[in-house]
Design a binder for this molecule. Structure first.
Ligand SMILES: Cc1cc2nc3c(=O)[nH]c(=O)nc-3n(C[C@H](O)[C@H](O)[C@H](O)COP(=O)(O)OP(=O)(O)OC[C@H]3O[C@@H](n4cnc5c(N)ncnc54)[C@H](O)[C@@H]3O)c2cc1C
Length: 310
């Protein structure tokens, strides 16, 4: 059955934020492709989110997206409610002990700059991740030798029933590009611990990260970042290169020439093209190296026509 946002909206609790039926997610995903959210919910603040979830009928699926920089939305769209945190989750402040409290909607890059402005070191790596704090928590985002688990003190969240929770670093059960906290949690903020630093040195590090990224990643393309996790003891891009797939394409979806672990929408690629390209890579790498790559990119929603996800 197809999506019917107008029908679903009538069953939803009243909110102070915005509810939009049939919201075109392709406008906001980095890949610039994929179907709509049946309903997009942008809560006004944490109370609005919690009250909405508490009153939401149990059969309505809920997903959450951040800046959609590690996300492939399938062409048939996402059934149920897609939560996207906005301005009400955009606060950022310094706390005692070189700590920074940031709302889940704050871009990682902004946290890195804010830390620089306050002479706080250790958070510079966030300059290399083009997502939000919510995404960094769920993905254990990391770059240049540091990841979210190295700096997280605690995270605020709301569960599917609308209960507010605070999770310690241990509660998050972080692993490489993975957070083992329950899937239904929507993270609302993070408390991050930096340390005293020298502003000139932090600025130099930021500059080096920016330069390195631009030289090695297709940061100006329609992409979803690293497609696959690096398997133990190997680099995903090397295995893909070894399989002869640099530049390989399915329709308008292509393996980046610059960085083989990035897929590019060259304009007009469907999510199905990108997913098929990814699955072809997995098959070929299995044949050439005996390794089954694991998707790092999160895939959500249903294929065109509303069938079951592959
Ligand atoms: C050019 C490029 C370079 C990149 N380089 C890096 C890199 O160096 N290191 C790295 O780690 N990543 C990198 N990425 C991937 C991506 O930026 C990170 O995974 C980032 O943390 C995703 O954040 P997001 O807000 O875009 O999340 P989304 O892509 O929107 O979502 C990713 C996952 O996080 C979940 N999520 C998002 N917000 C919340 C929330 N508030 N509560 C609960 N779950 C939530 C979503 O449900 C989904 O499962 C890169 C991506 C691109 C496009």
């Amino acid at each position: 059955m197809g999506l019917d946002g107008e029908r679903l909206i009538a069953r939803l609790p009243a909110v102070r934020g915005r509810l939009e039926p049939e919201f075109k997610l392709a406008d906001i995903t980095w890949f610039r492709t994929g179907g709509p959210a049946e309903i997009l919910f942008a809560p006004a603040d944490e109370d609005d989110l919690a009250e909405f979830l508490a009153g939401l009928p149990g059969d309505v699926p809920v997903s959450v997206i951040g800046i959609a920089s590690n996300l492939l939305v399938r062409d048939g769209g996402v059934p149920g409610v897609v939560v996207r945190l906005g301005r009400g989750f955009g606060a950022i402040a310094v706390e005692e002990g070189f700590r920074i409290r940031a709302g889940a909607a704050v871009p990682d890059v902004r946290v890195a700059r804010f830390a620089l402005d306050h002479g706080i070191a250790k958070l510079t790596f966030l300059r290399g991740i083009p997502g939000s704090i919510g995404g960094a928590l769920r993905m254990n985002g990391g770059a240049y030798g540091r990841e979210t688990r190295d700096v997280l003190v605690e995270a605020g969240a709301v569960d599917r029933k609308g209960n507010k929770r605070v999770l310690s670093n241990a509660d998050m059960q972080f692993a490489y590009r993975h957070c083992g906290a329950p899937d239904d949690l929507i993270f609302t903020e993070a408390l991050l611990a930096g340390e005293a630093g020298d502003a000139a040195e932090i600025e130099r590090e930021m500059h080096d990260i920016t330069t390195a990224r631009e030289a090695t990643q297709p940061v100006k393309s329609r992409t979803g970042g690293s497609t696959f996790k690096n398997p133990d003891g190997a680099k995903a891009w090397e295995l893909i290169d070894k399989a002869g797939l640099r530049g390989f394409a399915v329709g308008r979806a292509r393996v980046s020439e610059m960085h083989c672990n990035f897929l590019i929408n060259e304009g007009g690629a469907s999510a199905a093209d990108l997913e098929e390209l990814g699955e072809t890579i997995r098959r070929r790498v299995m044949e050439t190296s005996g390794v089954m790559l694991e998707w790092e990119i999160k895939r959500i929603g249903v294929p065109a026509g509303g069938g079951a996800a592959p």
